[in-house]
Design a protein around this ligand. Structure first.
Ligand SMILES: Cc1cc2nc3c(=O)[nH]c(=O)nc-3n(C[C@H](O)[C@H](O)[C@H](O)COP(=O)(O)OP(=O)(O)OC[C@H]3O[C@@H](n4cnc5c(N)ncnc54)[C@H](O)[C@@H]3O)c2cc1C
Length: 526
């Protein structure tokens, strides 16, 4: 059967603009497609089948694991922009390209919002968030986006469009009872995970939706998302707590989580050192700070719980600041927001590289994980800044190697290996919210074992028998090499210098919402 040929862009400047995402890679694709509707997308998929061309689904390109860059044809889904609300039912159906910020802007007028609050809300697309099972600080209370998706519209590898809904069960792929037992026994028990197909959730619900959420573009292309929204709680309170030891901090996290907070964020000593350099005024000798937020139905309830937190943790804390309204809370959060400007100010030779950035461990192992990462970073001579979602046992690590130092790549690879060993020892997972991407694909088997990996491969075959949807993501390519194709260093793929500069500016300013074709446009000075 022949089909109308899809529109495929091959201008080298456009390919360069799509060669990088937020993570560590630069991989120049063979072509780019920017379909504007289902028919145009179907043409791309059918042409890919006929020609055996791999496809890389892409939203804003802010994903960290390298899932939105690749050698095949990058399919930019940001033109899927419909919005269809059912405000009475607190539902909002949007096209895959509608960002989290746009969802919130539409919902806010009705006192509603998307409950999970990724820090990348300004640019992360609905398709990208569903595909990575994104989360945020508030996930300590509301979970990841998985709990807030009622349905997905997907286009399958053969061009069929289907709606996959909560409660629909699954006809496409089933697990035997032996396989269900295997999954129950082999999945780590962390509060969060975006580490491969969520067979554990699928065993609980039987819903195909749980297979597609978090599938990182490897099972189907998501074309629309139906979000479940929540009412914005009227009152807030917060507290910033400093600790002299990681043991005290870890003990405090368990206490705080029991108070039903809406965020328990860690700013580790390594992070505090980084922002001190950028002018933050902080007490000395802290092992870390916890930034805690509470949302309540009344002001007195918000005040009450702030008081409970301060009193309950008196014996453990070395520093306390409180907030009992939104303005005060915003002041407390300023310290967390200093990270991006501090990272942006680093000298060009010291790059922030996300290679061990998303590990998640059982809550009680948090202190051991942070201490282990600090020790590994010291051993390997790679500075790190550790911060993130303490209430979920989930911390981000920005590795900050000096890329003019001989052997920096080996040191970084060593840190990657040490972090994997540590996560396995502590019963953790390699990704709490960013996804596996290409970076972590080759380590999944060490977390789940060969039998679960065989189930992953069986699932992939059921949805994508020709292996054209994002090959090398979640399931590793035969030549998997996590630190190949880096965007930094002398071996980085050659792209026009002005496009490279604009990509670097996007990374520094976190301006991933900029349309990538704009980066390719020629300016008078080029
Ligand atoms: C500064 C910064 C802060 C961040 N903070 C957070 C945070 O707090 N929480 C969090 O979870 N993440 C965070 N991230 C990571 C990133 O923003 C999320 O993973 C986000 O969900 C990715 O959305 P995107 O549109 O950029 O997707 P992309 O990067 O374009 O894609 C990510 C993955 O999803 C797949 N995909 C994208 N769209 C589709 C689609 N329509 N159909 C099928 N597959 C698709 C891609 O193939 C890829 O595998 C942050 C990133 C940055 C740069």
């Amino acid at each position: 059967m022949t089909h109308h040929a899809p529109v495929i862009l091959t201008d080298p400047r456009i390919l360069a603009a799509y060669a990088e995402g937020a993570g560590i890679y630069r991989i120049i694709p063979n072509a780019v497609a920017i379909p504007c509707d289902l028919d145009a997308l179907r043409r791309v998929l059918l042409w890919a089948r006929e020609t055996g061309t791999p496809l890389v689904s892409r939203g804003a390109g802010s994903g960290m694991g390298g899932g939105s860059v690749g050698r095949g044809v990058v399919v930019d889904l940001t033109s899927f922009r419909e919005q269809a609300p059912s405000w009475d039912a607190r539902l909002l159906r949007v096209g895959a390209g509608v960002t989290c910020a746009e969802v919130n802007a539409a919902a806010r007028r009705f006192g509603l919002r998307l409950a999970p609050d990724p820090s990348s809300c300004a640019f992360a697309t609905s398709g990208g968030m569903a595909a990575t099972n994104a989360a945020g600080p508030r996930s300590v209370r509301c979970g990841s986006v998985r709990q807030w998706i009622r349905a997905l519209e997907v286009m399958e590898a053969d061009g069929t469009v289907r709606t996959v809904e909560r409660g629909d069960g699954s006809r496409r792929w089933r697990l035997s009872s032996a396989a269900r037992d295997l999954v129950r026994h082999s999945f780590p028990r962390t509060r969060k995970s975006s580490s491969g197909y969520a067979l554990d959730r699928y065993v609980e619900t039987g819903d195909e939706l749980d297979l597609v959420i978090g599938s990182e573009g490897t099972l189907a292309v998501i074309t629309a998302v139906e979000w479940v929204l929540e009412a914005i709680p009227p009152d807030v309170g917060g507290v910033l707590l400093g600790f002299a030891s990681l043991e005290a901090l870890t003990e405090a996290v368990s206490y705080l989580v029991a108070l039903n907070p809406s965020a328990v964020e860690l700013l580790d000593a390594t992070f505090l050192d980084l922002i001190r350099g950028a002018g933050a005024d902080l007490p000395a000798n802290l092992a870390g700070l916890l930034l805690v937020e509470f949302e309540r139905e009344t002001a007195s309830a918000a005040r009450g719980v702030v008081g409970d937190a301060v009193r309950g943790l008196k014996a453990l804390t070395a520093h306390v600041e409180t907030a009992i309204d939104r303005a005060g809370l915003a002041r407390l959060w300023e310290v967390r927001r200093m990270a991006s400007p501090a990272l942006a100010r680093l000298p060009e030779r010291q790059r922030s590289l996300q290679v061990v950035e998303d590990g998640c461990v059982p809550l009680e192992r948090l202190g051991a994980y942070v201490a282990g990462i600090r020790a590994a970073a010291g051993r390997r001579g790679v500075p790190v800044a550790i911060f993130g979602h303490a209430g979920d046992g989930h911390v981000h690590v920005n590795a900050l190697p000096d890329i003019t130092r001989p052997g920096w790549r080996d040191s970084l690879a060593g840190l990657f290996g040490d972090a994997v060993d540590l996560l396995i020892e502590l019963g953790g997972v390699p990704s709490g919210e960013h996804g596996v991407g290409r970076l972590r694909a080759g380590v999944l088997e060490r977390f789940y074992g060969p039998d679960v990996m065989a189930l992953f491969r069986d699932l992939k075959r059921a949805y994508d028998p020709l292996g054209l949807l994002n090959p090398g993501v979640i399931l590793p390519a035969n030549d998997w090499a996590p630190l190949a194709d880096l965007k930094v260093g002398a071996d980085a793929a050659a792209i026009p210098a002005d496009v490279a500069d604009r990509l670097r500016a996007i990374e520094r300013n976190a301006s991933w919402a900029v349309p990538k074709v704009d980066l390719a446009a020629l300016t008078p000075d080029t």
